[in-house]
Design a protein around this ligand. Structure first.
Ligand code: DON
Length: 572
């Protein structure tokens, strides 16, 4: 690695942000759900949601709005909005269309010079060497070429304008920028700090200050004029390669020129008569989400109640089993044979047969064949629907907040550190959560396993819920809970997003619970502990699920911005 920062520093800065979140969701008011009839965009950033909404107003469809929103987020939400990262876009066509739902896989790939053991002796997930070949612009290009209606340039232009003219930052961004400017662990990333220096002679950022990014404006202007080729083969590629050469990174011209986004069939299944569409490998999201839903569908959770100890016990037991399968089987399907029966009735029945209703199964017993030795907050999700009912659920990421922290000099954009999602330490799976199983080990051009879970739920061909979240491995469980809250427990969509979330990922064998410290849940926690569950001491924020629910009676779109960071629903 080219810098001296370790995973530890990364975790410290992440936990500092998380420490600011204690379980205290503000009471919902009518304004917290935006209701509209002709279109809706919900994202973490108000200016980006508004860009998407305006594209819908100008006659664009949900894919046009999603492309414009993604590019705007690359300007307004630099922690995760990106052109230097990758992700997954689920698209559900309008009712009556001949098209089927599709997932655009624009996950990053390992550089050509990668080797299985390239990080075997390092723990560092930052800096030039951690960067995977970015996929975002090829993904947006593919989605636009297949489904878009408005010209490409018109979708990039709002982002150019936001970068060139600047936009008023909110309190969240002001705090983030001040933290980065003051924290010692960011010193090695001078170019990033230069770009986010407070305006004029100010020492600090304040909410409503204008943030301008001239280098990024120029990059986006090239992309507006010449399409994503500007990034993969043209002047932006030259800047990216120069940055790699200066910092000792692995990405070459051949890596960039050879990157391809891929259309894939979503993972599809049903839950209580609803059709669920989630992303297929190289994301584990769709497979694990459906596995958990299929396990849970065998129990009458509704009559047990959302916060009954039995319901939470069963949720956790299904999480534990799905995450063990994740480690055992899931990876890039172009490199690894993934069993095709992971969602079969028989496999689900086998998983369920080992669940004990009275006590927690130790995680080590769930997959005794996987050898064990004594392991960010940023990705971002947005949801879109247009007047015809076409929907887009998009999650994309730089992996850690601000990715590798490498800002391409002259290009004004950050690069991901997605190589950290491969199994870096072959053979070493730890009880603390590091996974070393074979399928997700590094190979040139392979996509690293993801947990991103942009999800769409439909009934009779009509979309009823669009959701997804950031949160690394917690993502799948966040989506599971939003889906169950709406579909199983009939919670209002606002409550479904607000209610506290929990997470179990097989290892570490413990439950993380947002409301860990709230007296309201003390009895529940104590009963579950008696059943053998262990709770983590932390109660950090879990996810940021910007969601759209479509009222089946009125057909109105309800935009529910998750309020855990700062979100905005823009309806029309
Ligand atoms: O693709 C993945 O699963 C991870 N790179 C996502 C990382 C993430 O969500 C970080 N924080 N929220």
């Amino acid at each position: 690695m080219t810098n001296s920062l370790g995973v530890f520093t990364k975790l410290v800065s992440v936990s500092l942000i998380l420490a600011m979140f204690a379980w205290a969701m503000p009471a919902a008011t009518a304004d917290d759900v935006v209701i509209a009839e002709r279109g809706m965009v919900v994202s973490v950033s108000a200016p980006a949601s508004e860009v998407g909404r305006d594209i819908l107003k100008r006659g664009g469809n949900a894919v046009d709005a999603a492309v414009a929103t993604a590019l705007a987020l690359a300007v307004t939400h630099p922690a995760a909005g990106n052109i230097g990262g990758g992700g997954f876009m689920m698209i559900h066509p309008a009712p009556g269309s001949n098209e089927s739902p599709i997932c655009i896989d624009y996950r990053e790939v390992a550089p050509l010079s990668s080797t299985r053991d390239m990080y075997a002796h390092t723990k560092n997930a930052l800096g030039h060497k951690a960067v995977g070949v970015p996929g975002t612009l090829r993904g947006l290009e593919l989605a636009h070429a297949k489904y878009g209606k408005l010209p490409w340039k018109s979708l990039v232009q709002p982002a150019v304008q936001l970068a060139a003219e600047g936009f008023a930052i909110d309190d969240y961004l002001a705090k983030e920028f001040n933290r980065i400017n003051h924290e010692g662990s960011w010193e090695a990333f001078e170019e990033f700090r230069r770009v986010i220096k407070p305006p004029g002679l100010q020492a600090e950022w304040h909410a409503s200050n204008t943030f301008q990014q001239p280098d990024l404006a120029l990059t986006l202007t090239h992309i507006a004029k010449n399409g994503p080729d500007a990034f993969y083969k043209g002047p932006v590629a030259d800047l990216l390669i120069a940055e790699m050469e200066a910092g000792g990174g692995y990405i070459t011209k051949a890596d960039l020129a050879g990157y391809e986004a891929k259309p894939r069939s979503p993972i599809r299944g049903t839950y209580r008569g609803y059709d669920i569409f989630g992303p297929p490998p190289p994301s584990s999201g769709g497979t694990c989400l459906l596995q958990m839903l299929k396990m849970l569908e065998r129990y009458d959770l509704k009559s047990k109640g959302r916060w009954s100890p039995d319901t939470v016990h069963l949720m956790v037991e299904s999480m534990r089993r799905a995450y063990a399968d994740r480690a055992r089987y899931l990876a890039d399907p172009d490199f690894v044979d993934i069993p095709d029966d992971l969602l079969s009735e028989q496999h689900i029945a086998e998983l369920v047969s080992t669940i004990d209703l009275a006590k927690a199964t130790p995680s080590a017993d769930v997959a005794p064949d996987i050898p064990l030795v004594a392991e960010g907050t940023s990705t971002t999700h947005f949801s879109v629907i247009d007047a015809d009912g076409m929907a887009v659920s998009n999650t994309y990421t730089l992996e850690s907040s601000y990715g590798s922290r490498v800002m391409v000099r002259g290009g004004g954009f950050l690069l991901n550190n997605e190589m950290g999602d491969f199994n870096w330490h072959p053979g070493k799976t730890t009880t603390t959560g590091q996974i070393g199983t074979v399928p997700n080990q590094i190979e040139p051009r392979k996509r690293m396993l993801s947990s991103q879970t942009p999800t769409i739920i439909a009934r009779n061909g009509k979309v009823i819920l669009v959701t997804g979240s950031p949160g690394g491995r917690t993502i799948i469980n966040t989506v599971l809970q939003v889906v169950l809250n709406v579909v199983e427990f009939d919670m209002s969509p606002r409550d479904a997003v607000d209610t506290p979330r929990l997470h179990h990922q097989w290892f570490p064998d413990e439950i993380r619970f947002e409301a860990r410290k709230s007296s309201e849940y003390a009895k529940l926690i104590s009963i579950l502990e008696q059943r053998g569950h262990r709770f983590s001491a932390t109660s950090s924020r879990q996810g940021d699920a910007h969601t759209i629910w479509i009222d089946p009676v009125t057909g109105h779109f309800h935009g529910i911005a998750d309020r855990r960071i700062s979100g905005h629903a823009a309806g029309w």
